[in-house]
Design a protein around this ligand. Structure first.
Ligand SMILES: Cc1ncc(COP(=O)(O)O)c(C=O)c1O
Length: 418
């Protein structure tokens, strides 16, 4: 590059850097409009711990965790170090081509914490893919055609997972017909029992806490009842812990609260602190019946993602984040309940650990509060069929002083709409 070319290059670069339109305007031109947005214009450049930094240099306290993902916070040094080390060693090989250490080690580590004995694992890249794997495994092993999901559940957007999803009709509209022989049960044992008695069902999928359905916690008695019905009718119980798992509720898995052991367990989201990774596991007596090649994928269980997941699990253990999640969850819930007593605009506070929902039964109010909070440097997002619930899902590393900081903004937002 000669001097003139160099000058031209710098001028062009500087031109792009300083005079191009913002990301929203540029994105609108080149990105699919299908991408839903919580906020009309929010641009992030980097994240650290519980904080996000915008392209305009504003520092935000984040209680969204990128939709319940950033378990150890943004760019936790141990996760970054592990991923970097793996990046330099091996980015990809595919487990179908060769064994590699992070894939095996991650399965070993997870087998120590999942509520399933003699668990065997299959890794993929997302929650939806974990659900796809789970329903394929259930069908393959039982030789039965039917699947049951609970009304209000969210299991993902790929076709199989979407067929089981009813949390928002928007997700389904325009995509029918769906997978055949999928039965959507009311969240009652009577409704489930009726289906299991009369249809040939391979698997029943259940979230212990409805996530996208509005942070509704299923009673222990209900989950235990579902377990009994599944056992009675030889139906595999698939627990979708994609949002509730990996410490989010203060235990490794929310199933532990009911003491129920599922037949197939799905996880994703927080597992690798933001690297795309999903997993299912089942006892060897079930998983062992899945023949080699009956399912698979090129990228599932990528070495860098697995290394990040191992570092995430180590960090949760070393920094006692389960304990922190429980403690901070109790503290936050108490404060939110106190706000409910003061502001009748809040209709309900519910959830477990750091998976808490504040239901306003009014989506317009929720939108106003979310925008107020964002303007005041607090990131909160909504959930629920009609977006009437504000969810509090901060990183599991969150400290009391950060919760207090967030609550100060949230309280001002409540005042502004009351
Ligand atoms: C309970 C549950 N299952 C499945 C999914 C789908 O996961 P993904 O978006 O990674 O495909 C989600 C995502 O929100 C979820 O919360």
């Amino acid at each position: 590059m000669d001097f003139i070319e160099c000058l031209q290059y710098i001028t062009k670069y500087e031109y792009n850097k300083y005079t191009m339109k913002n990301l929203k305007e540029r994105g609108e031109k080149v990105l699919s409009p299908v991408l839903g947005k919580y906020f009309s214009n929010f641009e992030i450049e980097k994240g650290k711990g519980c904080y996000l930094f915008s392209t305009a240099g504003r520092k935000y306290l984040d209680f969204s965790s990128g939709i319940a993902v950033a378990a150890t916070g943004y760019s936790h040094p141990k996760v970054v170090k592990a991923a970097k080390k793996q990046l330099e060693k091996l980015i990809h090989i595919c487990i179908g081509v060769a064994y590699y250490e992070p894939y095996v080690v991650l399965a070993e580590r997870l087998s120590e914490i999942v509520p399933i004995k003699n668990a065997q694992f299959f890794f993929c890249q997302s929650g939806s893919e974990a659900v796809e794997a789970a329903i394929k495994l259930a069908k393959y092993v039982t030789h039965k055609p039917g699947l049951v999901a609970i009304k209000g559940g969210f299991h993902g957007r790929s076709f199989g997972a979407l067929s089981l999803t009813t949390s928002k009709m928007k997700y389904r509209d325009g995509y029918g017909p769906f997978l055949p022989k999928v039965y959507i049960a009311e969240p009652s044992l009577a409704s489930i029992s009726k289906i299991l008695k009369t249809k040939k069902i391979a698997g029943l999928i259940l979230e212990p806490i409805l996530g996208e359905g509005g942070y509704l916690v299923f009673p222990k008695k209900f989950i235990k009842g579902v377990r009994k019905l599944c056992t009675k009718h030889k139906v595999l119980m698939i627990m979708d812990e994609i949002q509730t798992g990996i410490g989010r509720t203060g235990k490794w898995f929310a199933s532990e609260y009911s003491g129920v052991k599922p037949d197939i367990l799905c996880m994703a989201k927080g597992i690798a602190s933001g690297f795309p990774l999903g997993a299912i596991c089942a006892p060897s007596k079930i998983m062992g019946k899945w023949s080699p090649g009956a399912h698979g994928g090129t990228f599932g269980g990528n070495p860098v993602c697995c290394a990040a997941a191992i570092a995430t699990l180590d960090t949760i253990k070393k920094e006692k984040l389960l304990k922190n999640t429980k403690k901070m969850g109790i503290y936050l819930k108490k404060k939110l309940l106190a706000l409910k007593a003061k502001y009748p605009i809040i209709k309900e506070v519910r959830g477990l650990g750091l998976m808490l929902g504040v239901d306003f039964k009014d989506s317009a109010v929720v939108k106003k509060i979310l925008n107020y909070c964002l303007d005041n440097k607090l990131v909160l997002i909504s959930t629920g069929a009609d977006g009437t619930v504000i969810r509090f899902v901060p990183p599991l590393i969150v400290k009391k002083k950060e919760i207090d900081q967030g609550l100060r903004v949230f309280t001002k937002a409540l005042k502004s709409v009351s």
